[in-house]
Design a binder for this molecule. Sequence first.
Ligand code: DUC
Ligand code: ZN
Length: 439
Amino acid sequence: IKINNEKIEAIGHNLDEKDSEIYDAENKLVLPGGIDVHTHMSLDLGEYVAVDDFHTGTRAAAHGGTTCIVDHIAFGPKESYVSEMIEHYHELANNKAIIDYSFHGAVQDARDETLKQIEHLHINDGIVSEKIYTTYGGKLNDAEILKILKKAKETGTIICIHCENDGSIQELREEAEEQGNLDPIYHAKTRPAETEAEAINRLIYLSEIAGFPKLYIVHTSTELGLREIIKARKRGVKNLFCETCTQYLMLNESKYIDGGNEEAIKYIMAPPLRKQSDQDFLWEGIRNGDVDVVATDHCPFFYEKEKLPHKDNFMTCPGGVPGVEERVELIISEGLRRGIKLERLIEVLMVNPSKIFGLYPRKGNIIPGADADIIVLDEKEYTIKQENRHSIVDYTTYEGMNSDYEVSTVLCRGNFILKDGEYLGKQGYGKFIKRKIDE
Ligand code: DUC
Ligand code: ZN
């Protein structure tokens, strides 16, 4: 692979080596850099702020073989507009990021000005995706969602949607509170699979009414939810994409019981961890192409200071877990153990996120003309532990898990970020990437 001026110039034998530095990756796995299209660096939730910023979060990402992230931005104050928050995120990331990055907008209303901004951001600023929520503070009602989907149909913008049925979750939480059921396991019990599946189903029908804009279901966590997607595609629904995340593939809800509340509180996230049967169904979805993308929802909070104090009341605990560093190694290791082809794993980790979100052909594949974002993995079993992590947070979601591969070398635009285990990353090297979706 010949690299020149940040790009892949040529691939083949007997390339002209004159004046070139040679890096020999013989007997190693050489892959496109990972692309994580679901992170929350510095996510400001009001009372809590996700503890990795664009420096420490992308440092962790790079160590795990990810060379580009697309971050889901926070909502601003109620009356604010998405463009103001995008500006704010440019300030947060600029001069900090180790690897390349972009942002998804976050839309919390359907005012005329917001709709105009969706178009403006798409055409002028390379922000070709927007996130909406069916739950939490910034949730939208069906009328607002439909307005946004219709606008997205017009502009080609991809709408990312967090699917959970808010009303039933509120009711189940009230009931749990009344009955004093506040241990971490009740986090999962008050967000049953049906709440995800119902919201996915509703969103798909709303997108159908809007004429099938691109609809991307984030962090699909259940068999029931994925079945809604499969069913819709069977009846001809187009432009529908499915993401799951590492945690729903590697962990199950026994984490809310095993080890007691002190351990369990580490895993408070929404959607919650699910059953083993859900996990297995999601892996089948990866194998057969029903799942398009594996991302992380990386959103860490300190364990000792911010999670542990809530061990006896899951409701007050900040939601989110770290994972940006572990995704590539764990998904390749476990995917291959499950007999899934490496090519499929490369699709869900690199190629599809790039294609869906308008980074292709610049990123996500090793082809002439692309950015030289390349990772090298050694076939070497090692144990994931807090001591070998690179995020600022004080725990890893995957403590004690074995990886069969270790990322040893990482190039982002032709420059070494990691070279045979030596970290060479520089704050501010990472660039904002303007994305473009071809119709
Ligand atoms: N879920 C979380 O657990 N944290 C951040 C955002 C989300 O959707
Ligand atoms: Zn998220």
